[in-house]
Design a binder for this molecule. Sequence first.
Ligand SMILES: [Zn+2]
Length: 303
Amino acid sequence: MIKDIVSNEEVKEFFTNELKRNKNSGTYLFYGSDMSLLMEFALYFAKGLCCESVEGDFCDTCSACKRIDSLSYSDLEVLDNPDGITVDEVRALGYTSSSSAYEGNKKIFIIKDISKMKKEAGNALLKIIEEPNRGSFFILLNTNLNILPTIKSRSILVKIKRRTAQELEVDQFTYSFFRGNNDDIKEYKKLDVDLEEGYSYADIGNAVKVYEEKRDIVSKINVYKGIRDFINNRNYILEIDKIFFAEEITRNTGDRNIMREIIKYTVDVLGDIQGLEERLEMKNMMKAPINMKLFFIDFFLKV
Ligand SMILES: [Zn+2]
């Protein structure tokens, strides 16, 4: 039920009011810094639209609710392309949206990282949301509001705030360790792992390698710990060892998403120590077109 959602009271109120209106179609832009939380809220809203047993809310027990949660509902499509949804993907979406629904009378499209779309894809999406087919609902997710203004102006904006440490029921140390990331903290709570226990920065290569293989929270924690150890000791680490640290990362993963995660985590942790200006400067470095290995060396030499 909507009332059971933890945090973001205004959004819960919006869901209730919006679902009451019984619309035929709609486009929403959910934005906020935690993508995993945006996805969680998108699924709540999708359930609200499709639930078979209650009107204007969701029950979590009917077949539609359960299958939306497991992403196996045939009228729910999630588009997720870390490099940006392509124009072909948008066209395929247009086709699906114009054919009839399998289950109920609504089709839900959740599209992640709208700002990463190229202009052509953005314009194709704009055409679809300008004249939506009956029963089509688009939930666009983005970590900021830097998206095509034409798409923004046709969307209902919904800001999703991060859960607080209190809402996630963890102490401040744990909350900061995970930078408030909703999914990470939930996964961590199922484990018995000591976050204060150290992991040497010299072993970062191994941590990254295991994380790339397993993609689980335990190996992610070791990567974070290795970075934390590097940051804590940064004033005593020789340049040659900083270069080694950077090379160990790029030698053990070719996955750009993992690389982005590592930079983002480092920047966020450092930002707490060095202040906002420094943080922005380092974030801007990420935008430059780059040879990843050289970028990593340059980046960690500056840390
Ligand atoms: Zn239900």
